[in-house]
Design a binder for this molecule. Sequence first.
Ligand code: PMP
Length: 444
Amino acid sequence: MSSILPHPEMARRAALLGPSPMDEFLGAADRGATISLAGGLPDAATFPVRDVAEAARRVLSRQPRESLQYGPSEGLAPLREWVAEYLRGQGIELQAAQVLITTGSQQALDLLGKVLLDPASPLLVQRPTYLGALQAFRTYAPRMVGLPEDDLGPDPEAFAGALAGSRMAYLQPRFANPSGRSIAPARAGQLCALLAQSDCWLVEDDPYCELWFDEPPPPGLLARGVSHGVHVGTFSKMLFPGLRLGWVAGHAELLRKLTQAKQAADLQSSSLDQWLLLELLRDGLPQRMLPRLRILYRERRDAMLDALSRHMPAGVFWSRPRGGMFVWLSLPMSLDARDIAAAARRQGVLVLPGLVFDVGAGGCESFGSCCDCRFADDPEAAAPARNTLRLAFAGADRPRIERAISILAAVVRAALHGDSQAPARPCRAVGKTPADGAVDVSHA
Ligand code: PMP
């Protein structure tokens, strides 16, 4: 049978694109009967259906032609103005001309990869980091360098060591996906001081900053005055994701290049969606929605922490996120989280192993066993972590969270007592399987 991709170069490119590592863990599940703690999806019950319907009617009666016509590639001027003012409120000093409206913040990540990365360009990412960013950047074949981190953020020594010659540092400063961590102010100051001495671009991705539970988070990184940087943001988490609108903002010259890249990609983001969004913003929708989202997600975070503390056996640890959508869980080192995820899926609970979010230390396949890099004596520390799980609490209500965690805990206990149905297997790096597969970013 002849291949659809007969040319070796096409096969190489296809291998760069896929498959989605999540398919292995989610693909075969019967989604109707399962409880998913796997997806990064907001709760659809929070969607402001009536506000959107009324705003759409107003837009079509007030701006019928403009909203159905092509518009500027940079985005609608008043929407760019709104984003610039919002970012100034976050401590980032910039003007509307430094804002590019994108088709979700996911497009901003792809455009940044297109403009900044060449094959083998060093790209610094946190360990762990957002899977959708890895998917976007991987297309441009950079050399991923994973930064180890503790509860305060990326390790400054490792960051300093990796910065020289690096093209881009992709960092999530607040309530990161998947770890739920924020970079502590003192650590953020150290990282910014190091960035200021380098030529490396800072890409700060900050989609969850409005979903705080106790108090607003401290400023991100760009607000500390990094000159070579951009902020990436989105309306997906503060309102709803179906709009597919986000932004990239900051360095004026880089923004011009990104705008050219966007023109080539899709000319512009939907005019109708932008007018609709503007109407919702002018109508004060974020001010009405956000307080409710914060309360709802805090309750669910508490439900998950409560269930974990009652059900999980000794030796299992988890984070206590102060915002965002995710709890990060560490199993005893003897367990492989992929086996736990597979066994939980058989019992109707979907979770994602942390391995899919982790590029390892050097981005090289041998993880330290090949060379005289600083991991030569400790290849375990350099390899992607096998014992972690991401648990999304935003999309399930308390009874479902309770049930899912009790099932997951029973799976962990069974594995610890040696009666897991899944066999132990050796460590395998993420995303190296050159098979085709549908990329389902809705779960990222
Ligand atoms: N960045 C991060 C860290 C995310 O978690 C997501 C969505 N899961 C995105 C970017 C992309 O979001 P969107 O395209 O909906 O703006």
